[in-house]
Design a protein around this ligand. Structure first.
Ligand code: UDP
Ligand code: MG
Length: 345
């Protein structure tokens, strides 16, 4: 594992091709990122010019209303196809990422945020690992600059809970920034589910994985789009989309309480028969009632979570709607024939 964020200097190491005509797709979902997009694109473009062979950038405009799309439409980069998938409204990052993956045609696909928290300079290192034979290159944050201690603590607890509750092995502190081979992307695109907890979905296919550690920068400019309510929703999605263990825990809890109630009932009956009926026990009655009521409400809520997700799944609505696909910087594409073939495809 490498911890340095410095760009690698041995360029030929990552320019060796693993397949005939491999290309890299960089998928960038963005939502109201007008403040950072120019800087992001400049840095990404610089990195991509170091990579031999054709590359593509798939920007996904997740319903931005701050003019981000107009900025992206003006982007260009040498030897690189730039497309912007414009979604018809804000569908959320998980759907925007799915849209990007569906449009990516690269042999290797890198998913990256537009806010420069994930340094584009690390892409060559990721490509190196891919060329060494790995299908998934996870990027593990060693620091979470710009995030409160509470966010860091709750994130750590969540990853532990997720891995206990689900059969997945979701690596801790690995966000959406990662590289995947076309094979993995193909399997992810084939997953039909509507509730898309992408960190789980990325972990689900398995294959040959490796991890690179990196220091996550603070957001370059602008605000995070996630508030705690949204994060709690995402956490619930994560656990309930990949496991029915919470339901099993509710069943076990119910069985334990029913068993204890039976034993307690026997104790009361025996006491009443031995010592007669005494009008006491108000506190214990309240405790039992409140405990039972709490557990019942919790279990019903849990059932509701799963039923809600079944409801979403059976409707089979599309994950996102594409308003338009903009081809930016066509003139800069090295292989014009390939570019026009892709446009017509
Ligand atoms: N994003 C998006 N749709 C949304 C919310 C966010 O495409 O509904 C994008 C956002 O523009 C950024 C990335 O997802 O490129 C990460 O978002 P953010 O920085 O707000 O999340 P955080 O880094 O705080 O987890
Ligand atoms: Mg961010």
């Amino acid at each position: 594992m490498s911890i340095s964020n410095a760009p690698i200097t041995n360029i030929s190491a990552f320019n060796e091709r693993r397949d005939i005509g491999p290309i890299l797709s960089v998928v960038v979902p963005f939502y109201n990122e007008a403040e950072v997009l120019n800087e992001f694109h400049q840095r990404l473009e610089w990195v991509l010019t170091q990579i031999h062979g054709e590359t593509e950038i798939i920007y996904v405009d997740d319903g931005s209303v701050d003019g981000s799309l107009d900025i992206v439409k003006e982007f260009s980069a040498p030897n690189c196809t730039i497309r912007c998938v414009e979604l018809s409204r804000n569908f959320g990052k998980e759907s925007a990422m799915s849209a990007g993956l569906n449009h990516a045609q690269g042999q290797a696909v890198v998913m990256i945020d537009a806010d420069l928290q994930d340094p584009p300079e690390l892409i060559p290192k990721m490509l190196c690992k891919w060329r060494a034979g790995f299908d998934v290159v996870n990027m593990k944050r060693t620091s979470r600059d710009g995030e409160s201690w509470f966010k860091r603590f709750s994130a750590a607890c969540f990853y532990k809970l997720l891995n206990k509750m689900t059969p997945l092995n979701v690596p801790e502190n690995v966000g959406d920034f990662r590289l995947m081979s076309a094979k993995v992307v193909k399997h992810i695109n084939a997953l039909p589910e509507r509730t898309r907890y992408m960190k789980g979905i990325f972990a689900w296919p398995g294959f040959n994985q490796t991890t690179i550690a990196f220091e996550r920068d603070a957001r370059y400019l602008g605000q995070t789009k996630w508030n705690y309510l949204r994060l709690i929703g995402l956490a619930m999605d994560g656990i309930t989309s990949f496991s029915i263990r919470p339901l099993r825990i509710a069943t076990i809890l119910g069985a334990l309480i029913a068993g204890s109630a039976f034993v307690y009932g026997l104790v009361i009956i025996t006491k009443t028969m031995a010592f007669g009926e005494a009008v006491s026990g108000y506190p214990s009655t309240m405790v039992v009632q409140l405990a039972l009521g709490g557990v019942q409400l919790l279990s019903i809520g849990l059932l509701g979570e799963y039923i809600g997700r079944i409801f979403v799944e059976v409707k089979q609505r599309p994950l996102y709607l594409v308003a338009d696909v903009h081809n930016c910087a066509k003139a800069h594409c090295k292989n014009e024939a390939l570019a026009s073939f892709r446009e017509n495809a």
